[in-house]
Ligand binder design. Structure first.
Ligand SMILES: NC(=O)c1ccc[n+]([C@@H]2O[C@H](COP(=O)([O-])OP(=O)(O)OC[C@H]3O[C@@H](n4cnc5c(N)ncnc54)[C@H](O)[C@@H]3O)[C@@H](O)[C@H]2O)c1
Length: 349
């Protein structure tokens, strides 16, 4: 069987810690080429992973006859890089946030659809069994019509967004640290909302199929250049109400918190990834509580790169498709526009 030829745009902290090493070990993958800025680091990445081709110009990479492109550049260039790869006819795995702007996100979704290409956003949580079970319960209609949602996320990322720039201890760099501008540069989409809350929002939209319609929000940035806290109220299509909260400042080493509570006409579902809780309670008296390992909700991003390869090979299911990621992007885009306007009610689309 011919190997799947993968090229990488962006090879900083996350690509060299996760995607490139995982795909380097994959028996069906050929690491075809890499693109990043900075000649010295580019050559260091090329040597470490044995890439036959390396360039600082992504157009040159896209001319290498690739099957798939992995985009792990800073948020604000995801759109440009993913769009160019799709236009070149490549399947794309583009990091979260897929884009910073709603119109850009939907453009990528439409481009992929029109060209019959896979578009995957590697939200690692969406590949975990606990979340698949939660989605199964919701798809079965166990809570009925969704009427209210609470979605809270907190991360040990005070340094990443507001300090030295170091990543969380759970995800240490093994080759290079992130450029602080990637996470703390306002013009690059730095801050908790695009950097972390996107995970919880992406999971919420994937689980529920909801689409946000109107948002009122505030953010704050104590002693930081970019948002560390997010507080939003949401009206979804169909009239469900939601409250979404984000906090960047758990102490180092603390487990990530994602707590999603979904209340519906027939019951409620409680999903807590920190404490590995998945429970459904229904008005007919049914109560379902999953027996889970204590780390069943722990974050990792091991599965998406391999799934991307499977999809290119014509197998498997995309558990983090661009369409759900776009609903997360449009929500966060509107949330930040509302916050910038002092909490004004802001249309999402
Ligand atoms: N899914 C996850 O769990 C997860 C985890 C961490 C990071 N990420 C995402 O990965 C992305 C990268 O984060 P990072 O911490 O690795 O950043 P980083 O600053 O360490 O790396 C960014 C890379 O992009 C390259 N780059 C920048 N502009 C470029 C351009 N115009 N053309 C080509 N290359 C360019 C840089 O040279 C560098 O190699 C972010 O969008 C982040 O949200 C996702």
């Amino acid at each position: 069987m011919t190997k799947v030829r993968i090229g990488f745009i962006g090879a900083g902290w996350w690509a060299t810690a996760n995607h490139i090493p995982l795909l380097a070990q994959h028996p069906d993958v050929e690491l075809a080429g890499v693109c990043r800025l900075g000649r010295e680091m580019l050559l260091a990445v090329q040597e470490k992973f044995g890439f036959p081709f390396a360039t600082e110009d992504y157009h040159e990479l896209l001319a290498q006859g690739l099957d798939g492109v992995v985009v792990t550049s800073p948020h604000h260039v995801h759109y440009e890089h993913a769009r160019a790869a799709l236009l070149q006819g490549c399947h794309v795995m583009v990091e979260k946030p897929m884009t910073l702007r709603a119109d850009h996100a939907w453009e990528l979704v439409n481009l992929a659809r029109e060209r019959n290409l896979h578009l995957l956003v590697p939200y690692g949580w969406q590949y975990k069994a606990i979340n698949h079970k939660a989605k199964h319960y919701l798809d079965q209609g166990l809570v009925g019509t969704i009427e209210h949602v609470v979605c809270q996320m907190a991360s040990p990322t005070k340094a990443l967004f507001g300090g030295s720039g170091a990543p969380p201890a759970q995800q240490r760099a093994n080759f290079t640290e992130p450029d602080p501008a990637t996470w703390q540069g306002k013009e690059q989409g730095g801050g908790y909302a695009h950097g972390q809350l996107t995970h919880a929002a992406g999971l919420l939209f994937w689980l529920t199929g909801l689409r946000a319609q109107t948002v009122q929000a505030h953010t704050s940035a104590p002693n930081a250049q970019v948002d560390l806290y997010n507080a939003a109220t949401v009206i979804f299509d169909g009239g469900a109400l939601g409250v979404v909260s984000g906090a960047a400042t758990l102490p180092p080493g603390s487990p990530f918190q994602v707590d999603i509570r979904i209340f519906g006409s027939d019951g409620a579902l409680f999903l807590d990834l920190e404490r590995a809780r998945l429970e459904v309670v229904r008005h007919d008296g049914t109560r379902l509580a999953e027996e889970l390992a204590p780390d069943a909700g722990a974050y990792s991003c091991d599965d998406p790169p391999a799934r991307f390869v499977e999809l290119i090979q014509g197998r498997g299911v995309n558990d983090s498709p661009g369409e759900a990621a776009a609903r997360s992007v449009e929500f966060i885009d509107a949330m930040l526009r509302s916050a910038a306007a002092g909490g004004a009610a802001t249309r999402v689309y």
